[in-house]
Design a protein around this ligand. Structure first.
Ligand code: NAD
Length: 333
C-alpha cells in the first residue's frame, strides 16, 4: 500500500510503454506516476483532480484545466517551449512552472546538424532512390552540397543555438549569429567561433539559416515571404524551434519555386502536420516529426531531471529552472 504522503504526478502527454518504463525507472520513490490511457477530454477531466504535480511535454494546459486540478502544486515541463501552458492562470493559482533544459540542448544540437547535412546532401532522396532500385551516382550531384566552407547563420543564440555552434566547430564553417537580446564577450565569441550580425545581414550572407528562438509575438513569422526573398537562392533553412516561427505557406512556396535550395524541418504549424500536406510532396525538404529533443537518451535525461525536480519541490526546496514570467509569449503554436 502506497504512502499517503506520496505525490501523484499526472503525465499529460501520451507516450509508449517503453517510455513509461523509463519514467518508472527514473521516478524517485515518493512520486506515483499516473498515465493517460486514451487521453480523451473525459479521462483528463477525471484524472486532473488527483494530480499533485503535472508533467507535460507539448500538450495544452488551459486555465479551466488548472482550476480543475484542485490539488496541483507544481507543473514541470519536460522541455523548454511552453507556449501552450496558460502561465497567467498558473501564476494566479500560485503554482510554479519549471522547465527542463536537461538533455535538450545536446539532442537538438545534434539533430540540427543532422538536418543540415541531410538537406545539403539530399540523404532522403539518395536512400529512397536505392530502395526504388535506382543508382543515381551522377544524377544526385548537381543538387547536393558540402557543409564545409559555408556560412551558417543562427537566429537565436541561447542553449540550442550554442549547442549547434559547439557541434559545428569541426566542420570548417563560418558562423554568424543574430540575437538582439544577448551580448558576447570577446572570449565567448572566440570560444564559439561566432560573429554577431544584424538579421538582414545574416539572411543575405548565410548559406544555412537555422532558427533557435522561442515562439513569441515577436518571433511569430520571423521568417516569412520578405525574409525568404532576402535569402540566397542556394540557402537552406533549418527549423527546429517552432513551426510558427516561419510562415509555413510562404516557406512552401519558396521551396516549390526553388527560390531557396532546400529545408530541414522538425516543427510545423499545426502539429501533427496533416498527412499528405504539400510540404511532404517536395523533393528539396527533409522532414522529421518534432523529434529533435526526442531521443531515448534525451528522454531519460529529461525524466531524471524533471522527476527529480518535482521530488525536490515536494521536499520543500525551490524547483530548479523556474520559468520566467513570459508576458510576450502567445498561446498555441
Ligand atoms: P533559449 O531560451 O535558451 O534561447 C533562445 C534565444 O533566442 C535567446 O538567446 C533569446 O535571446 C533569443 N531570441 C528571442 N527572440 C529573438 C529574436 N526575435 N531574434 C533573435 N533571437 C531571439 O531557448 P533554447 O533552449 O535555445 O530553445 C529555443 C526554442 O527551441 C524553444 O523555445 C523551443 O520552442 C524550441 N525547441 C524545440 C525542440 C524540438 O524538439 N524541436 C527542443 C527544444 C527546444
Amino acid at each position: 500500500m502506497k504512502d499517503r504522503m506520496d505525490w501523484v504526478v499526472l503525465y499529460l502527454n501520451r507516450a509508449t510503454k517503453d517510455l513509461y518504463r523509463v519514467m518508472g525507472e527514473e521516478a524517485p520513490p515518493e512520486l506515483r506516476l499516473l498515465f493517460l490511457d486514451a487521453g480523451g477530454p473525459d479521462e483528463i477531466r477525471e484524472k486532473l483532480p488527483q494530480a499533485d504535480a503535472i508533467l507535460i511535454a507539448d500538450a495544452a494546459l488551459t486555465a479551466e484545466m488548472i482550476l480543475r486540478a484542485s490539488r496541483l502544486k507544481m507543473v514541470q515541463h519536460q522541455g523548454v517551449g511552453y507556449e501552450r501552458i496558460d502561465v497567467k492562470a498558473l501564476a494566479k493559482a500560485g503554482v510554479p512552472l519549471a522547465l527542463c533544459p536537461a538533455g535538450t540542448a545536446e539532442a537538438v544540437g545534434e539533430h540540427t546538424v543532422l538536418l543540415m547535412l541531410a538537406a545539403l546532401k539530399r540523404l532522403v532522396a539518395a536512400h529512397a532512390s536505392m530502395v526504388a532500385g535506382q543508382w543515381l551516382m551522377w544524377e544526385l550531384r548537381p543538387s547536393t552540397r558540402d557543409l564545409h566552407g559555408k556560412t551558417v547563420g543562427l537566429i537565436g543564440f541561447g542553449r540550442t543555438g550554442r549547442a549547434v555552434a559547439k557541434r559545428l566547430r569541426g566542420f570548417d564553417v563560418r558562423l554568424i549569429v543574430n540575437d538582439p537580446y544577448i551580448t558576447l564577450s570577446e572570449r565567448e565569441k572566440a570560444e564559439f567561433g561566432v560573429t554577431l550580425v544584424e538579421k538582414d545581414a545574416l539572411l543575405r550572407e548565410a548559406d544555412i539559416v537555422s532558427l533557435h528562438v522561442p515562439l513569441t509575438e515577436e518571433t511569430r513569422h520571423l521568417i516569412a515571404g520578405p525574409e525568404l526573398q532576402r535569402m540566397k537562392r542556394e540557402a537552406v533553412l533549418i527549423n527546429v524551434s517552432r513551426g510558427g516561427v516561419t510562415d509555413q505557406d510562404a516557406l512552401y512556396e519558396a521551396l516549390r519555386e526553388r527560390r531557396i535550395l532546400g529545408a530541414g524541418l522538425d516543427v510545423y504549424s499545426p502539429e501533427p502536420l496533416p498527412a499528405g500536406h504539400p510540404l511532404t510532396r517536395l523533393d528539396n525538404v527533409v522532414l522529421t516529426p518534432h523529434v529533435a529533443a526526442g531521443t531515448l537518451d534525451a528522454f531519460r535525461a529529461k525524466m531524471r531531471f524533471a522527476l527529480g525536480n518535482i521530488a525536490r519541490f515536494k521536499g520543500g526546496e525551490e524547483p530548479l529552472e523556474r520559468a520566467p514570467t513570459p508576458s510576450a509569449r502567445v498561446p498555441g503554436t
